[in-house]
Design a protein around this ligand. Structure first.
Ligand code: ADP
Length: 457
């Protein structure tokens, strides 16, 4: 086998396995939903926490600067006192990384007037941050701007220092980093993911355990159903064996006593023959079931004119139908008579016998019609009756093993519930399809379709 077809085989085995265990899909789906919901909630919390952190830091710094600029003009000339003040503010507020006073340098540029933790005194800022201009224009408020340095979030807050005429003399600018709190949030999220992973493993484990329990429960239910079916099969089979046997024994006794009337003797022999055939049918069905189950049902394929098979079956049932007061019809147009199929002749006959036998068995009055036509490269063989029919629920179970419809109408009719199961198997083994249409109380129509072998037709 090539690597590709091996992979293909593995893939299709996997698909079949998943189809047979739908609970695995549910488990996987629940897992995905849990993970996605957790990611969503974590993301929401992280952004809420980040925003709250930002608000907290900036509102705090804004108020500090608001207070600072009230007394700053009085000490702006006294660099020592000014430096003392900004150092002590910075010390008391660890989120402030740098505190710098900028003075205007002409052409919209600024230079460092005094610094604590920021760029050196005298440094000229050419690439002026936007908050500088905002603070300069709106002297009554502090402005904050978020930016990223070395992959870490931080904020710049600027507040104008004005003289007694309201003229801007300098800018107080602070930088506050939130790298520490961002790191904390990221660490917390990571830890939560580890916990989630463990929780997920536990959930999966419990789910699989549950899935196995469901499997066992289904298996147990199936086993019970099979047991029940087998029980009813055994009681049905023993009844089916007993009644023809008693008929045979009864007539044999009569014959042993000597029946003078030739006509009567012939009738007894005919009844013995009918019962012997019923017995043979039952034994054949049981043997077929065991052969099918062991995969030993043999097919010898040949070119077969299906119309001839239909005719033989029609002749087999002609008298039986007449005895029951039914009309048995074989309706095949001449143009559809010569078609040849490539399959096992004996098995095809077995299929048609089963359908016609059922139609006659389950029809109390009216007709049974066997027909054949060629349609879209297929041969369609149908057996239609005006019998007791069945509901759509019953049709769904019809081809199951041992299945028999149990109602008032079919009560007295003997059968094993194996015929249609065997029929379906045989039809499918010969590349055919079988289906049924039926209306309870009106009748049924069984259709078997086989593809026509192109070379021969
Ligand atoms: P059985 O030996 O019981 O006839 P089958 O497998 O051939 O077993 O059929 C299964 C059941 O399907 C029957 O017991 C009967 O209830 C129903 N059935 C089959 N053919 C017909 C039909 N033509 N009309 C009504 N019911 C049918």
């Amino acid at each position: 086998m090539s690597k590709r077809s091996k992979l293909g085989g593995l893939f299709s085995n996997g698909i079949t396995f998943l189809k047979e265990h739908p609970q695995l899909w549910t488990t996987a789906l629940v897992g995905v939903v849990i993970v996605l919901s957790f990611i969503f909630i974590a993301w929401r919390f992280a952004s809420i926490a980040e925003n709250a952190q930002k608000e907290l830091v900036n509102v705090r710094v804004g108020s500090i600067l608001d207070a600072f600029v009230l007394f700053a003009p009085d000490i702006i000339e006294d660099k020592n006192t000014l430096h003392e003040r900004i150092s002590s503010i910075k010390k008391q507020n660890p989120t402030i990384d740098s505190f710098v006073i900028y003075a205007e340098h002409g052409n919209g540029n600024w230079r460092v007037y005094l610094s604590d933790g920021g760029p050196l005194g005298g440094t000229v800022v050419t690439d002026v941050p936007i908050v500088f201009n905002l603070a300069k224009t709106d002297t009554g408020n502090a402005y904050t701007f978020e930016t990223v340095k070395n992959n870490e979030r931080y904020f710049i807050t600027a507040r104008a220092i004005t003289d007694s005429f309201g003229k801007v003399t300098a800018l107080a600018v602070t930088e506050q980093g939130v790298a520490e709190s961002d790191k904390d949030i990221a660490n917390n999220i990571r830890a939560s993911f580890y916990i989630l992973f463990v929780v997920l493993l536990v959930i999966m484990f419990l789910f699989f355990r549950h899935a196995r329990i469901v499997d066992f429960a289904t298996l147990y239910k199936k086993q019970l159903e099979i047991d029940e079916m087998k029980d009813s099969f055994i009681s049905m089979a023993s009844h089916e064996l007993k009644s023809p046997l008693s008929v045979i024994r009864g007539y044999v006794e009569f014959l042993k006593d000597g029946v003078k009337d030739n006509m009567q003797r012939q009738e007894f022999l005919r009844r013995i023959d009918v019962s012997a055939n019923e017995l043979k049918q039952l034994v054949d069905d049981i043997l077929d079931v065991s052969r099918i189950e062991m995969g030993r049902l043999k097919f010898s394929v040949d070119y077969v004119k299906s119309y001839d098979v239909l005719k033989e079956v029609y002749e087999m049932f002609e008298n039986k139908a007449k005895d029951k007061g039914l009309v048995l019809l074989l309706a095949v147009e001449d143009a559809h008579k010569d078609v040849t199929l490539r399959l096992d002749r004996g098995r095809l006959k077995q299929v048609v016998i089963n359908l016609v036998s059922n139609a006659v068995k389950y029809t109390m009055k009216g007709e049974v019609k066997i027909s054949q036509k060629v349609l879209n490269g297929n041969v369609e063989i149908s057996v239609r009756d005006t019998g007791i029919g069945m509901t759509s629920e019953e049709q769904k179970k019809l081809f199951g093993k041992f299945y028999r419809i149990e109602d008032d109408k079919s009560k007295g009719v003997s059968g094993t519930g194996l015929g249609l199961w065997i029929t379906k198997y045989i039809v499918e083994q010969m590349n055919g399809k079988i289906s049924v249409e039926s209306i309870k109380g009106d009748g049924s129509r069984f259709v078997v379709i086989f593809p026509i072998n192109k070379k021969q037709n």
